[in-house]
Design a protein around this ligand. Sequence first.
Ligand SMILES: NC(=O)c1ccc[n+]([C@@H]2O[C@H](COP(=O)([O-])OP(=O)(O)OC[C@H]3O[C@@H](n4cnc5c(N)ncnc54)[C@H](OP(=O)(O)O)[C@@H]3O)[C@@H](O)[C@H]2O)c1
Length: 267
Amino acid sequence: MSKVVFITGASSGIGKAMGEYLKVKGYTVYGTSRNPDRVKDVVFPLVALDVLDADSITKAIKEVVDKEGKIDVLINNAGKGIMGAMEDIDISEIEGGFNTNFLGPIRVMKAVLPFMRKEGKGLIINVTSLAGYSGLPFRSIYSSSKGALELLTESVSMEVKSFGVNVVSVAPGSFATNIASGRYYTPVSEDSAYKEAYSKNLKVSDEYVDQGLDPLVMAKAIHKIIESKKPKVHYKIGAFMERFSVVLKRALPDRVYEKLIMNHYKL
Ligand SMILES: NC(=O)c1ccc[n+]([C@@H]2O[C@H](COP(=O)([O-])OP(=O)(O)OC[C@H]3O[C@@H](n4cnc5c(N)ncnc54)[C@H](OP(=O)(O)O)[C@@H]3O)[C@@H](O)[C@H]2O)c1
């Protein structure tokens, strides 16, 4: 019997690429979208789920477990970008960012874990970001929500190990997806003290996503992780320099690393 994989946010980008690849590899794939009826070109079933809505999560998971009897792999992939100077971002948008990127994956894990514990096995993959390894300028909320998910992964991994469940994080670098269009941008306000620096930063960040890797690279990496007998707790998938930046952060004095990041973003 093939493994059942449940991917949140599979209507586009990385989630969609993972679903397509895993389906070809013989897995039974279910993806989710907030509006599955609007999505036309997916090759696996999409169920309705909003990570902000616990009832929609319970319903979607029940639907899959009723049909397939189990969920072997949960990929917590749904997420959103948030940009802006921390001082300028409305508190409701900050709450919304953490709600989607941090509380969202928690809600889905809470709903799936009882089924995995019953089976005595399972794999949960939390899609974080390399931006969760360093606080990036004008991405404070995104970086910190993904960094929080990295630490949560470590804690929960230890809590559920005795039930046969593995919890891992996968931090992507830049991938060419729709993330920039779905991102919340704090408007560049004329009277903001950060107007000039933020405008420059927006330009560098958008160039970066456009030059990002093919989401197929993530799909192949995820496939290897699912097939791995002893998965690691953390994975980093991206261009060499992006991954090397995490090594540099550990090796260099804080202020030297900060200077490198500020130069990169022309601050
Ligand atoms: N692309 C990158 O460079 C990059 C880098 C690092 C990390 N990541 C992470 O990778 C993951 C996938 O991003 P992507 O680049 O593939 O972006 P994307 O193309 O914008 O896809 C985001 C997915 O998340 C879903 N989603 C958004 N809000 C949701 C909510 N409240 N409830 C349920 N689903 C929701 C969207 O589905 P619907 O709109 O159909 O509901 C969509 O399928 C995200 O967690 C992102 O933070 C991406």
